[in-house]
Design a protein around this ligand. Structure first.
Ligand code: UD1
Ligand code: CA
Length: 514
C-alpha cells in the first residue's frame, strides 16, 4: 500500500443537533472523543501529514487534535461554507508546509467513531491500484435519509453524488450512500476544488461535486463499498451517539471474548477502546473498565465495578469497587465496596476490604486494610494489618501530611493516626488508640484512658429496667462478675483495648463521677 500524503479530517461544523456546549466531535464514545477515534483510524495508514480542519469550538478541538495526533496541522475554516470549502482550507494548510499535494489525499469526517483503520487502509490500497482520481467509500443503508446518494452509470461506475436536498425522487430512492470518506489523487483534488461552485440547494461548496468534475474530465472515479455500514455512520444528536456507543462497546467486547476474556453479561459490561485485557480475565456483570485500564491474566473483576486508569495484577479479585488511577497487585483482594482514589498502590497478596477508602496510599505486599477505614497519604509496610475502623488523619485543616506504618505491624481497631506520624516495624497499637507521636519498632502503643467501673450503677439508677433485671440476675448467679480492678493481665492488647472504646462512646449516658 502506498503511504498517503495526507489525511484531512473535517471537524469545523458546529453540530447544532447535539445541543451542547461541547463541540460535537469532542463528545466521548467508549473512552475517546469521536474525533479521537477518527484520528486513531487515520494514523493506522501512516500518512505523511494529518490535517484537521477546525472552526466551531476550535479552541478546544485544536489542542485535543494535537494531543491525539501530535504534529497534526490545524487549518481554520472561519465560516462553514461546505465540505468542499473545508477541504480546500485543509489543502491550503498542507501546501504551506509540504508544497502542492502529490499522491493520495484521504478525506474523513470527524464524527464517525466506528470507522476502522483497516477500512481506510483497504480504501487507500484499492484507490492506488486502480489509479483513480477519486474513490469514495460507500455503503448500502436501510434508510438513506440525510446522506448524499451514489448515482451509478450503466457500467456500474460512479456518475455522481447527489445530496438529499438536490435529489429528484428517483435519486432519493437510492440506498447506496456517500460515507463522507474519500481517497483522492491530491493534484486532481487541488485543481478541482478551485472549480466547484455553491450553486445548489444549500448554497455550499460540496466536496461531492468533485466527482462530477472528474467524470467530465475523463478521470476514473470508483466506489469502495463496505458491508459494515455502521462504520460510516456519524452521530448528529445524542440518541445517535448512544446508539453508536452501544455498538462500539459490543464490538470491543466481542474482540476481547475472541481473545480469551470471559464476559458473563455483555449487556451490562462496558470496556473503553484503550483498555487492555489478558486471556483468562473474567468480567462479571455490571463492570465498566475505562480509560487506560489494564487487567492481567486470571484476574476476576465484578460484579459491579467501575475502574478507570487502573492496573490490575494477575489473579487479583476485585468486587463492587470504584477505582481510579490505582494499581492492584497480583492475587490481591479488593472489595466489596472499596473506593480506590488516585495514587492507590496495593501490593501482591494485599487486601483493601469493605468500606475502605484509599488515596495516595502505598500498601505493600501482603499488607491488609480489611474493614471500614480511610487511608490517605500513607505508606503501609509489608505484611502489616490495619485494624477495623482506622482513620489516617492526613489533613490538619491547612495541609496534608503522611503516615508511615512499618513492616509486620498490627494496629488495633478504631485507631486514628494523626499525620505526620510513623509506626515502627512490628509495632502494635491497642484498640481506640489515637497515635500522635511516632511508635518505636516493636512497641505497643495505647492512648485510651483506663477503663473504670461504677459497680451496680444500673441497678441504682435504672431500677426496674430490663437492663437492671438482667444485671441483678447475673450478679445473683455469680455470672459475669466484673474483673478485678485494673482489668486483665493484657491491659492493651487489641481485643482488650477495644473495651476501653466503650468508655469513649459519646452516645452513652456518662455515669456521674463518684
Ligand atoms: C456530507 C456529504 C454527504 C454524505 C455525508 C456523510 C457533502 C456535500 N455531503 O453531508 O454526501 O453522505 O456527509 O455523513 O459533502 N464540515 C466542515 N466544514 C463545513 C461543512 C462541514 O468542516 O463547511 C465538516 C463537518 O464538521 C462534518 C463533515 O464536514 O465533520 C460533514 O459535514 P456535514 O454537515 O455533516 O455534511 P452532511 O450534510 O452530513
Ligand atoms: Ca453529517
Amino acid at each position: 500500500m502506498d503511504r498517503p500524503t495526507a489525511v484531512i479530517v473535517l471537524a469545523a461544523g458546529n453540530g447544532t443537533r447535539m445541543k451542547s456546549k461541547l463541540s460535537k466531535v469532542l463528545h466521548p464514545v467508549c473512552g475517546r472523543s469521536m474525533i479521537g477515534h477518527v484520528l486513531t483510524a487515520a494514523l493506522t495508514v501512516d500518512p505523511e501529514y494529518v490535517v484537521a480542519v477546525v472552526g466551531h469550538g476550535r479552541d478546544e478541538v485544536g489542542p485535543h487534535v494535537r494531543q491525539t495526533a501530535p504534529g497534526a496541522l490545524l487549518a481554520v475554516q472561519e465560516s462553514q461554507d461546505g465540505t468542499g470549502h473545508a477541504v480546500r482550507v485543509g489543502l491550503d494548510a498542507l501546501s504551506a508546509v509540504a508544497g502542492s499535494p502529490e499522491g493520495t489525499v484521504v478525506v474523513m469526517a470527524g464524527d464517525t467513531p466506528l470507522m476502522e483503520g483497516s477500512t481506510i487502509a483497504a480504501l487507500v490500497a484499492e484507490h492506488g491500484s486502480a489509479g483513480r482520481a477519486v474513490t469514495v467509500l460507500t455503503g448500502e443503508v436501510p434508510d438513506p435519509h440525510g446522506y448524499g446518494r451514489i448515482i451509478r452509470d450503466e457500467h456500474d461506475g460512479v456518475a455522481a453524488i447527489v445530496e438529499e436536498k438536490d435529489a429528484d425522487p428517483q435519486q432519493a430512492a437510492v440506498r447506496e450512500i456517500n460515507s463522507g470518506v474519500f481517497a483522492f489523487d491530491g493534484a486532481f483534488l487541488a485543481d478541482a476544488l478551485t472549480r466547484i461552485t455553491n450553486d445548489n440547494a444549500k448554497g455550499e461548496y460540496y466536496l461531492t461535486d468533485v466527482v462530477g468534475l472528474a467524470r467530465a474530465g475523463g478521470r476514473p472515479v470508483g466506489a469502495f463499498r463496505i458491508d459494515d455500514v455502521m462504520q460510516t455512520e456519524g452521530a448528529n444528536d445524542r440518541a445517535q451517539l448512544a446508539g453508536l456507543g452501544a455498538e462500539l462497546n459490543r464490538r470491543i467486547l466481542t474482540r476481547w471474548m475472541r481473545e480469551g476474556v470471559t464476559i458473563t453479561d455483555p449487556a451490562t459490561t462496558w470496556v473503553d477502546a484503550d483498555v487492555v485485557l489478558a486471556p483468562d480475565v473474567t468480567l462479571l456483570p455490571g463492570v465498566q473498565l475505562l480509560g487506560a485500564t489494564v487487567v492481567a491474566e486470571d484476574a476476576v473483576i465484578g460484579p459491579d465495578c467501575t475502574l478507570k486508569d487502573v492496573e490490575v495484577g494477575a489473579g487479583a479479585r476485585v468486587v463492587r469497587t470504584h477505582g481510579e488511577l490505582a494499581v492492584i497487585g497480583e492475587r490481591a483482594n479488593v472489595g466489596p465496596f472499596s473506593y480506590l482514589r488516585p495514587g492507590t498502590y496495593l501490593g501482591a497478596d494485599g487486601k483493601i476490604g469493605t468500606f475502605v477508602e484509599t488515596k495516595n496510599a502505598r500498601i505493600a505486599d501482603r499488607a491488609k486494610v480489611p474493614h471500614l477505614s480511610y487511608v490517605g497519604d500513607a505508606e503501609i509496610g509489608e505484611g502489616s494489618n490495619i485494624g477495623a475502623g482506622t482513620i489516617f488523619a492526613n489533613y490538619d485543616g491547612v495541609a496534608k501530611h503522611r503516615t508511615t506504618v512499618g513492616r509486620e505491624a498490627r494496629t488495633g481497631s478504631n485507631n486514628t493516626f494523626v499525620a505526620p506520624v510513623r509506626i515502627g516495624d512490628g509495632a502494635v497499637t491497642g484498640g481506640g488508640t489515637v497515635v500522635r507521636r511516632d511508635v518505636p519498632p516493636g512497641a505497643l502503643a495505647v492512648s485510651a484512658g483506663q477503663q473504670r467501673h461504677l459497680e451496680e450503677w444500673v441497678l441504682r439508677k435504672r431500677p426496674g429496667s430490663a437492663a437492671a433485671e438482667a444485671a441483678a440476675a447475673a450478679l445473683a448467679t455469680g455470672d459475669g462478675e466484673p474483673a478485678p480492678a485494673g482489668g486483665t493481665s493484657h491491659p492493651a492488647a487489641p481485643e482488650v483495648a477495644s473495651e476501653t472504646h466503650s468508655e469513649r462512646q459519646s452516645g452513652e449516658p456518662q455515669p456521674p463521677i463518684a
